[in-house]
Ligand binder design. Structure first.
Ligand SMILES: *[C@@H]1O[C@H](CO)[C@@H](O)[C@H](O)[C@H]1NC(C)=O
Ligand SMILES: *[C@@H]1O[C@H](CO)[C@@H](O)[C@H](O)[C@H]1NC(C)=O
Ligand SMILES: [Fe+2]
Ligand SMILES: [Fe+2]
Length: 737
């Protein structure tokens, strides 16, 4: 049994002896049994973030076998997420939990789906647009034929089937309310200027569905507003869906099924950089016609209620030119894009991920009110808990391991393993934290997210050099910890979409909701004078010569980044039912180049981007005219032309409510930049046609910003912020010329 093993770590030759390992095993087990007190887990960091995260976690229960408790806990968990996901600015600590919850629910949906015998979307093995169209059509045919059967039952004297009378209709509306009060949220975070430019067209066309859910900035057409009005027949004092008050049991809203469905909807769009195909798939199912929508459209007027919300959805979600058709086009465009840029294998993965998104939507619409094991699974993947469990395990083995590893040259980070595991040093919490941090980045020992590949886990398994040194459950803890190191990979979902290729690895490390996006009053901006009045004539003509030669290396980063300023204001549909929200919707539509809002939904008739681009497309045109190769995204633009102010803008924009005044002021300043560019006689910037169109968009954007400003009462600090934002941006814009 005296086997010799040689392996290389960081260019060092290391020898382990099998006999030693065997002894190690015996001693560690003994020591482990005696030394049962785990070291205290060090706090990861201080400050509000860590505390906030902790507060959020506390109510999460440990694994429980009490069947009564689980649905209750799960319900409360959803309600809390429902609130926090609509108030992310105040609850950035929700994001990591949300990510895990999304992956766990997605995995669960796929598991449940495996047991399905019906023909489902997984039967389309390879993407084929015609086959997909037939599949979606057959889904729609099934729904319409069910509806016809329903109608004939009704015509032959059958009773109403959703609810018998107005009171029952009220109960039904209350039940589905959590979901309907976030209508549109599955696309809420999609429109990010930080998304790759090559996906712009797909993002834009899908985001259009979102703005239509928001009535294109017209209050009377806003889906959430229409539903609120309907529910107010029964609950005149209904609070806004973005408040905590809406969660109160007195309103008798929802049940487990509908709170879960609502949270699923809020979760799916939260990580657009990482989960675009899942969003597109979800969108394709969610926009398909549902039987109860059609039934409600018929039965509500029969009990004296307004059916407009449901009629609207029968007409605009149609598969011919409405949202369902747009959803399928986006999917087809995305697959084509991936095939062209990354090849067939990557397109295959993309298709699987789209299917997963579709299944996720279908699952939450069919899954009844029975609980899932979400809470238990979240607990088992919680990295904090795992990390402290793992440290406890290492701590318990230390006495035994100490002597054994002293001959070993294994290096983890800057230290030898034997130094790390020094019993005295390891008592210090800071030391433990440092150790686990170094360990998590020490390949080949640990490949974050992949316990199978990680050498450390292999060593403890059967056939490994340290087999037996960890018990089975200790090894499981180690493996769970390794897997949790990469949030994107919950094992089940990971195995569903294998093989992993480029498009999966491309996952951006940039969080789209910066936690520190608080506006700082002092500091760098301190030197900027604050004006005391509105810009005299914000869009007045510039007297004298227009600057014709902007410095593109200063202008371009700012040009693209300006799109971020108000983009994050919209993600919670319930926040945009007022006049300010609607004006921001119209502003962003103009910025993206969409046509003036008609009262009818334009659907797929909206002209294509190449003809009718927005601010992003004009930026790309300037890049083309300057013969600069098109950059991949905003971040590659920054690495070419660093811009401190652009980074500041992104930060401020991540807290759009708190910084609303500043962001408005900056937006006005940037409209002036847009106007300068549109009026510039420099043909190297934009072609005459584009210049003309940009001038038009500037006017429209300006009207929307004016509408926002007018809604802010006099004396509100946001007016002061407005001037500060305007001045800050002007100083930077002037540096372009
Ligand atoms: C803890 O908070 C203090 C004061 O807020 C700060 O100065 C310090 O840098 C923080 N430490 C860590 C590790 O974040
Ligand atoms: C443009 O701005 C950059 C960065 O401030 C500067 O390094 C460069 O010299 C400028 N170019 C011109 C032509 O002024
Ligand atoms: Fe809707
Ligand atoms: Fe829709």
């Amino acid at each position: 049994m005296a086997l010799e093993f040689d392996f290389v770590i960081e260019n060092r030759q290391v020898a382990f002896s099998g006999i030693l390992i065997l002894i190690c095993t015996c001693v560690t087990i003994t020591v482990y049994l005696r030394n049962s007190k785990p070291p205290q887990r060090p706090e990861r960091s201080n400050g509000s973030l860590a505390q906030g995260r902790k507060r959020f976690k506390e109510p999460r229960p440990a694994v429980t076998t009490n069947a009564e408790w689980t649905p209750m806990r799960e319900l409360e968990f959803y309600k809390e997420l429902y609130f926090k996901l609509q108030n992310l600015e105040e609850h950035p600590d929700t994001i990591p939990v949300a990510r895990q919850a999304f992956l766990v629910l997605l995995s669960q949906a796929l598991e449940d789906y495996d047991n399905e015998l019906n023909k489902n979307i997984l039967s389309i093995k390879r993407f084929d647009k015609n086959e997909l169209a037939r599949f979606l059509q057959s889904h729609q045919d099934r729904v319409t034929s069910q509806y016809h059967q329903y109608i004939s039952r009704r015509q032959s004297g059958g009773p109403r089937e959703l609810f018998q009378n107005q009171q029952a209709a009220g109960d039904w509306l209350r039940e589905i309310a959590p979901l309907k009060l976030v209508d549109g949220a599955w696309l809420g975070h999609l429109n990010k200027i930080t998304m790759p430019f090559s996906l712009r067209q797909i993002v834009r066309q899908t985001w259009q569905v979102f703005t239509e859910e928001l009535g294109n900035g017209n209050r009377d057409q806003h889906h959430v507003k229409i539903f609120e009005d309907l529910l107010r027949v029964f609950e005149p004092e209904l609070p806004s869906p973005i408040t905590k008050a809406i969660l109160h049991p007195r309103y008798k809203l929802g049940n487990l099924k509908y709170w879960r469905a609502a949270v699923a909807q809020l979760l799916v769009s939260l990580f657009p950089h990482d989960f675009l195909p899942e969003i597109l798939g979800f969108n394709m199912h969610f926009e398909a016609l549902q039987l109860d929508t059609m039934q409600a459209a018929k039965e509500l007027p029969e009990v004296g209620l307004n059916a407009y919300y449901f009629l609207l959805h029968v007409s605009i979600d149609n598969g011919h030119s409405g949202h369902a058709a747009m959803a399928m086009e986006s999917v087809a465009d995305y697959i084509r894009h991936i095939t062209d840029t990354e090849g067939e294998v990557a397109a295959g993965v993309a298709w699987k991920r789209i299917q997963a998104g579709y299944i996720f939507s279908e699952w939450q619409s069919r899954k009844g009110s029975q609980p899932t094991n979400l809470i238990a699974r979240l607990n088992s993947v919680s990295d904090d808990r795992l990390e402290s469990k793992l440290l406890a395990i290492f701590g318990s083995k230390i006495q035994a391991a100490h002597r054994l590893h002293c001959g070993s040259r294994v290096k983890i980070g800057k230290r030898l393993l034997s130094e790390w595991l020094d019993p005295e040093a390891f008592l210090v919490e800071e030391w433990q934290r440092e150790f686990i941090r170094c360990l998590s980045t020490s390949q080949p020992w640990i490949y974050p997210g992949d316990s199978r590949k990680s050498k450390l886990a292999q060593e403890f398994r059967w056939g490994g050099r340290m087999y037996g040194a960890f018990t089975k459950s200790e090894l499981e803890t180690l493996e769970l910890w390794i897997n949790s190191l990469d949030y994107a990979r919950t094992p089940d979902y990971y195995s569903f979409i294998e093989p992993i290729t480029h498009s999966w690895h491309q996952i951006s490390k940039i969080s789209n909701t910066d936690k520190n996006g608080k506006f700082v009053h002092a500091g760098k901006s301190g030197s900027i004078e604050t004006a005391n009045s509105l810009p005299k004539d914000p869009l007045g003509k510039y007297l004298g010569d227009l600057p014709t030669n902007p410095n593109l290396s200063v202008l371009l980063p700012l040009w693209f980044t300006q799109c971020c300023l108000l983009e994050s204001f919209l993600y919670a549909p319930g926040r945009t039912t007022d006049n300010i929200g609607c004006a921001v919707v119209r502003f962003l539509r103009a910025q993206s180049g969409f046509e003036t809002e008609d009262l009818i939904v334009t659907g797929t008739d909206e002209p294509s981007t190449t003809e009718n681009g927005g601010v992003v497309e004009f930026g790309l045109e300037m890049i083309r005219h300057a013969s600069i190769p098109i950059l991949q995204d905003l971040y590659s633009l920054f690495s070419r032309w660093p811009s401190e102010f652009a980074t500041t803008m992104l930060k401020l924009a991540s807290s759009p409510i708190r910084n609303f005044g500043v962001l408005l002021g900056m937006s006005v300043a940037f409209l002036e930049l847009q106007e300068m560019v549109s009026e510039s006689s420099n043909p190297g910037l934009l072609c005459p046609k584009s210049s003309e169109r940009l001038a038009l968009l500037v006017r429209r954007q300006y009207q929307c910003l004016q509408a926002c400003l007018q809604e802010i009462p006099g004396g509100d600090t946001r007016h002061v912020d407005f001037h500060r934002g305007y001045d800050m941006a002007k100083v930077e814009i002037n540096k372009c010329f």
